[in-house]
Write a protein that binds this ligand. Structure first.
Ligand code: AMP
Length: 192
């Protein structure tokens, strides 16, 4: 079986996390969410978690070297445990991170199969993040200024990553039912 490596891309609230869990199961991939890892580190009050918190609570990006270092370590660990395919969720978020991922994958003789780009309108994003904030317990999902900042940071720093991956990007409308969107993502992966 050919192993896949997928990046799921899109603004905050576009459904990356929800769809990643399903795609990981469908295609037997390890789901790596940098946001989830930081939240776990934070819950455990590790130095990495405390460092990340300063940025997360303001809606800012954690510095590239911190994120890349953490991801490199995680990849090594997973590969040593026998993982052969990944879905990266919330990473890369800058061009520098995308270049670093290219290098890491090259070292491991791995390739990106495709970049799935969930496209969702700004109003819908804000609505979804507020709704998630009611149950997620995430400080960055409840504060209006932080939500606005995260979307601005996405537009300024993260959206250029889609152009970087130009030939690998598959744009998918991320509005509609979770099942409908999953179907579209699945066929995009199967045709990649
Ligand atoms: P997320 O769960 O993907 O929305 O991430 C929550 C927060 O974690 C972001 O707003 C950033 O502060 C931080 N974060 C997660 N992934 C990254 C990344 N790849 N680069 C920089 N910061 C990140």
């Amino acid at each position: 079986m050919v192993m896949l490596n997928i990046v799921i891309f899109g603004p905050p609230g576009s459904g990356k996390g929800t769809q990643s869990v399903r795609l990981a199961e469908r295609f037997n991939l390890k789901h790596i969410s940098t946001g989830d890892i930081f939240r776990e580190e934070l819950a455990n009050e590790t130095p990495l978690g405390m460092e990340a918190k300063k940025f997360m609570n303001q809606g800012l990006l954690v510095p590239d070297e911190v994120v890349v270092g953490m991801l490199g370590g995680k990849l090594d660990k997973c590969i040593s445990e026998g993982v052969q395919g990944f879905i990266f969720d919330g990473f890369p978020r800058t061009i520098a991170q995308a270049k670093a991922l290219d290098k890491l994958l090259e070292l491991k003789k791995m390739e990106l199969s495709c970049v799935l780009f969930l496209v969702v309108g700004k109003e819908e994003l804000v609505k979804r993040i507020h709704l998630r904030g009611k149950t997620s317990g995430r400080a960055d999902d409840t504060d209006d200024a932080t939500i606005k900042k995260r979307i601005e940071v996405y537009e300024a720093e993260t959206s250029p990553v889609a152009d970087y991956y130009e030939h690998k990007v598959k744009k998918i409308k991320g509005e509609g039912s979770i099942d409908e969107i999953f179907e579209k993502l699945t066929s995009a992966v199967e045709n990649s």
